[in-house]
Unconditional design. Structure first.
Length: 264
């Protein structure tokens, strides 16, 4: 990798400026190009999609989405160019030991020039496949709770906060994620989402998960069975009513006791 392209991601402007100044100061010993800065995860994803940095200097503690979760989103999304991650933080906490084993590097603020040179030079020699495996291993060993879903749409990754989700519905091979304003296609399985977010989402039917805090009630629904026969049969079931959603989702018999307990 000749003259690696670097992106700085930190929610604090002074921290970004310090890193930018440090990168300028080390050019003689460590030639590299600073191609941009980002103050949050969405801006970082946009920069990565457009500029394809080789290395991301990523703060761990950021509001809305942490650096750990951003690294998770990068590893889960299929990309031809996966940037190497060097974490930069003021906190020497539980994640440090995990990153010392699995991440490209973990720098403590204030970052020293010698450590930044060492981290960039070492990372530049790593192959992209090795780096991707390292990031994935880091995510697997760190207790990261996802705060956003990542949606690939028109060659851009959109971050949808978990708190904005009303329900998710399996339709053929895709899952449709629904918010108050619109819906998105998500390439994940309902089962994996349910396993990860059981405290936030609850299954109402084999093909649907709903946000627990969006449930405002239930109502009876009538269905016609054997409509082509001489004697039509009417059956009743229950469906869930969600805040800010016109669509009513059927509740399976198996899940009815669970949903009933939530609306008491």
């Amino acid at each position: 990798m000749n003259r690696p392209k670097i992106l700085i991601v930190d929610d604090e402007a002074p921290a970004r400026q310090r890193l930018a100044t440090l990168i300028a100061d080390i050019q003689a010993k460590c030639p590299c190009d600073l191609i941009g800065e980002a103050s949050n995860a969405q801006a970082a994803l946009d920069h990565i999609a457009l500029a394809h940095p080789d290395i991301v200097l990523l703060d761990v503690q950021m509001p809305g989405m942490t650096g750990l979760e951003l690294a998770q989103h990068l590893s889960l999304n299929s990309q031809e160019h996966m940037p190497a991650i060097i974490f930069v933080t003021a906190y020497d906490d539980y994640a440090l030991k995990a990153f010392e084993v699995h991440a490209m590097d973990y720098l403590l603020k204030p970052v020293r020039a010698s450590r930044l040179i060492e981290a960039i030079n070492r990372t530049s020699k790593m192959q992209a496949g090795t780096q991707r495996s390292a990031v994935t291993a880091t995510i697997q060993t760190s207790p990261v709770v996802r705060q956003c879903f990542s949606i690939l749409e028109r060659n851009r990754v959109l971050l949808i906060p978990v708190g904005d989700v009303l329900f998710l519905k399996a339709e053929q091979k895709y899952v449709t994620l629904h918010t108050k304003t619109r819906s998105y296609l998500l390439e994940e399985s309902l089962t994996s989402i349910e396993d990860e977010m059981t405290n936030v989402l609850v299954r109402v039917h084999r093909n649907a998960l709903v946000a627990r805090n969006a449930i405002i009630g239930v109502e009876r629904a009538s269905h016609v069975v054997d409509a082509d026969s001489e004697h039509e049969k009417i059956t009743e079931s229950w469906q869930v009513i969600l805040r800010d959603a016109e669509e009513r989702l059927p509740i399976s018999r198996r899940q009815w006791p669970v949903i009933k307990a939530l609306v008491r």
